[in-house]
Design a protein around this ligand. Structure first.
Ligand code: GLU
Length: 548
């Protein structure tokens, strides 16, 4: 009996051949340089920033080469949590507006000619190729039962493998047709293992777009290509899907480099053309001691992509930050092209940093401040409201009930300015930042010992208060009261003889700012007074006087 009979014994219901399958997946007609790439997440219930990083790189590669980006759901491992986890994944992709050329909709419709785009719906295909490998004597069934405890597994490993330093041959590779048939007749379940052709002393070289040629020990292990439940572990599904679906560049994390020799042996065994890899560094963080560690689900909330929408970071800020991590040239490009969309920034896969990027919230915030500074007041209001509708219903109500006011708040020192104010990095912080538009100040950041001076000044300011018509007029009013109360209006004179004055006019301005906002720093106070109106401004001055 030959290996073809074994294949038939194992897969009596698989009647299609590899050729039949290939007919359903015609070669893609590509122009020179067009890249076909994919995002292949395993739905886990959250989207990790490291995975999104790969997706974003793939997205850019496809975009920059006019190529194809498809989404393939790698769900063979996690059948139970699949539905919920898939929803989370699709939600994150929607929020970040990641558009795929080919994918499966959440309700199961394939868009594109290379589907199904969900691995659990491709199980038949994997079986066809597993059967082919068995028929060709390149794979074999393994009937060893899974055992429970860790020690059992270790013992089992020792018995099962002809294992020396160089290779791990599985004992089932020697089973005869009769032995296999006895197992099948007995109803025993089986996995399929690749029968490695290597002895353990071979070395191979493969190319990686970022790291160049990588030399490594060739695979010499009879690893599983089909589990007892009929599902393929990652390497087998990767080889088959990326080949059939016409991927020509595999963008994935560098944790896969170690298993690439196994993938290469599979491609060869299957008779597939090797594929170009682009292994990207993982994202790191610095701990308090300044040491690097992988960004972690456990300790770093920003490892979950939902952190960004939840905290109200604009997508552009996140994208720009990722581009910064991908290629340091982005920062210079951004400086030279301050208002151009990030979409115009082009990079080649080989330009991607080979050094692990370090996630730094401060840097993200800087980028985000810049991005937000370029948004018009009207649009910023809309974004803020959108955020509030989802995460702070009370705030949303207030923003909606007083739209005109809050559009003005959002436009302060921004619309029409050559140098717009850069102090907001996410929508979540805006309520706190602009607390004085929601309620009168409760505390004043007054310097110790200034109380009576401040009170005196604000009393005088309130007595003569009239709504200023311009920022200049506002300042002139403060200046004239300052002069009458003994504040220096000439800074040079003040610097020479501070003892002659109660303070300078800047101090006086600060008192007014404090009385109205509670804060030492704020956008242009004249604008704030305009937004609050005369009555409210006066009420705040009165409140301040009372509290002093
Ligand atoms: N499902 C794999 C992962 O999420 C995909 C890796 C790949 O892109 O090939 O890590």
């Amino acid at each position: 009996m030959n290996s073809q009979d074994i294949a038939q014994l194992l897969f009596p219901d698989i009647n299609e051949s590899a050729d039949d399958i290939f007919k359903k997946y015609p070669k893609r007609m590509l122009k020179d340089g067009q890249m076909v790439t994919r995002f292949a997440p395993s739905p886990t219930g959250l989207v990790h920033i490291g995975n999104f990083f790969q997706a974003f790189i793939s997205y850019n590669i496809a975009k920059n080469t006019n190529g194809v980006l498809f989404l393939r759901i790698e769900d063979t491992d996690r059948k139970r949590e699949k539905v919920e986890a898939k929803k989370v994944l699709y939600d994150v992709l929607r929020r970040f507006d990641v558009k795929f050329d080919e994918y499966q909709t959440l309700d199961g419709k394939d868009v594109g000619n290379y589907g199904p785009y969900v691995q659990s719906q491709r199980e038949n295909i994997y079986k066809v190729f597993a059967k082919k490998l068995v028929a060709e004597g390149k794979a074999f069934p393994c009937f060893c039962k899974k055992t429970e405890g860790k020690e059992d597994v270790l013992k089992l490993r020792e018995q099962k493998f002809v294992q020396d330093d160089e290779r791990e041959y599985d004992s089932c590779r020697e089973l005869s047709y009769e032995e296999i048939k006895a197992h099948i007749d007995n109803g025993d379940s089986f996995a399929i293992r690749l029968k490695t052709k290597n002895q353990g002393n071979e070395r191979i070289v493969f190319n990686d777009l970022l790291k160049g040629d990588i030399e490594a020990k060739a695979n010499a292990k009879d690893f599983i290509i089909l589990k007892t439940d009929g599902t393929p572990p990652y390497p087998f599904a990767h080889a088959i899907d990326d080949t059939l679906m016409g991927t020509n560049i595999v963008v994935r994390g560098e944790e896969y480099i170690a298993s690439t020799p196994a993938h290469i042996e599979l491609f060869e065994a299957l008779g597939f053309k090797p594929i170009q890899y682009c292994h990207n560094p993982l994202i790191y963080k610095l701990n308090e001691q300044g040491n690097r560690r992988k960004i972690s689900k456990r300790y770093d909330p920003e490892s979950n992509m939902m952190f960004f929408p939840e905290n109200g970071y604009p997508n552009e800020a996140v994208f720009e930050y990722l581009l910064n991590m991908i290629n340091s040239g982005f920062e210079i490009w951004r400086k030279n092209n301050p208002t151009t969309s990030w979409q115009e920034f082009k990079f080649k896969p080989s330009d991607i940093t080979a050094v692990a990027p370090i996630f730094d919230l401060v840097k993200l915030n800087d980028i985000s401040k810049n991005v937000i500074s370029l948004i018009s007041g009207e649009k910023l209001y809309e974004n803020w409201l959108d955020w509030a509708e989802e995460y702070d219903g009370e705030l949303a109500k207030i923003l909606k009930s007083d739209k005109d006011k809050f559009v003005k708040v959002c436009a302060m020192d921004r619309d029409g300015r050559p140098k717009p104010r850069k102090d907001i990095y996410n929508y979540k912080m805006m309520k706190e930042k602009f607390h004085y538009f929601f309620a009168r100040p409760q505390n004043y950041q007054l310097d110790a010992g200034d109380e009576s001076k401040a009170k005196e000044f604000i009393e005088e300011y309130l007595r003569s208060f009239k709504m200023p018509a311009s920022n200049e007029e506002w300042f002139e009013d403060v200046k004239s009261i300052s002069a009458s109360l003994g504040y220096a209006t000439d800074n040079k004179a003040y610097k020479e003889h501070p003892e002659d004055y109660k303070g300078n006019v800047a101090k006086a301005c600060q008192f007014v700012r404090l009385a109205i906002t509670g804060e030492k720093d704020s956008p242009t106070l004249f604008t704030i007074i305009e937004i609050l109106g005369e009555e409210e401004t006066k009420a705040r001055l009165e409140q301040f006087i009372k509290k002093m």
